[in-house]
Design a protein around this ligand. Structure first.
Ligand code: SAM
Length: 282
């Protein structure tokens, strides 16, 4: 069993290093021993594969990734955790820890420098305060990666993995589906963490697509249509697009007609092809 998921061990390590949890950095560390091995296994970490981990904490998931993958690079923002990680993961020579902010670091350069000729996957128990920005950054930058396996809040997981065109879908569903095929893996209860968060979590996997599933002429336009469409969920699509894109009503109804979309439809009913047609006709 991974000793880093044992509460006694964690408390001992943290008190010896004088470490206190930072709520602002989303520090909820995993203490359920069954979660990390499962997550690492399902992430695709294995022979010939390099893994980027975001926020290793004290290294409980990192430990499992180092066992499976050829190389692991873990990005941790909190420099107080560096001496902790030096101690907990001392036995691995296929690991590099980088003290940086995942939202600022140059990930293309990191992959080029650290993982030449390797398949690369991302695996992380994400700090919840930056779930969407991190996921969208990883996808929008078109990194040479094959999959992203992340633990996120259960509600966020359900939204991301919803069918496009279903009630549960939102702007993030459509945006993620443009780059990847999302998959719900398993649920994780709040009690699996220390300190326990107020919400439950889930692990999802985004299988990154080589090409988008639809033809979009201008991605910026496509994402502004998606954002405007979902900005006011209760409005019909004609009204949301008119206010969100600052277009007069007649222009929008013509646009929707040309795109084969019913003006009174709600954004959640539209398909990826509908969004692409609207953006391409705009
Ligand atoms: N992987 C550990 C686990 O599962 O127990 C810790 C997960 S904890 C939810 C999130 C981790 O991300 C913390 O270690 C936190 O310090 C780190 N973190 C927070 N913001 C970050 C950022 N912007 N860039 C990199 N790491 C960050």
């Amino acid at each position: 069993m991974n000793r880093l998921s044992d509460i006694g061990t964690i408390k001992d390590i943290l008190s010896r290093h004088g470490f206190t949890f930072s709520k602002a950095l989303g520090q909820n560390f995993l203490i359920n021993p069954s979660v990390c091995p499962r997550m690492a296994e399902l992430s695709g970490a294995g022979k010939g594969v390099g893994v980027i981990e975001i926020g290793p904490g004290i290294g409980v998931l990192t430990n499992e990734l180092c066992i499976l993958a050829d190389k692991v690079v873990a990005i941790e923002l909190d420099k107080r955790l560096l001496p902790v990680l030096d101690e907990t993961l001392a036995e691995y020579d296929n690991l590099k820890i980088i003290n940086d902010d995942v939202l600022k670091i140059d990930l293309h350069k990191l992959i080029y420098d650290e993982f030449k000729n390797m398949e690369v996957v991302i695996c992380a128990n994400l700090p919840y305060y930056i779930t969407s920005p991190v996921i969208m950054r990883l996808l929008e930058e078109k990194l040479p990666i094959s999959a992203i396996t992340v633990m996120v809040q259960k509600e966020a997981a359900q939204r991301i993995c919803a069918e496009v065109g279903s009630r549960q879908s939102g702007a993030v569903t459509v945006s993620v589906n443009y780059y990847a095929q999302p998959e719900m893996l398993f649920n994780v209860s709040a009690g699996s963490f220390m300190p326990a968060p107020k919400v439950n979590s889930a692990v999802i996997r985004l299988n990154v697509l080589k090409e988008p599933p639809i033809k979009v002429n201008d991605e910026k336009k496509f994402f502004s249509v998606v954002k405007a469409a979902f900005a006011q969920r209760r409005k019909v699509i004609a009204n949301s697009l008119s206010s969100g894109l600052s277009l007069d009503k007649k222009t929008v109804t013509d646009l929707l007609e040309k795109s084969g979309v019913y003006a009174n439809a709600r954004a959640e009913k539209l398909t990826l092809v509908n969004f692409a047609d609207i953006a391409n006709n705009l």
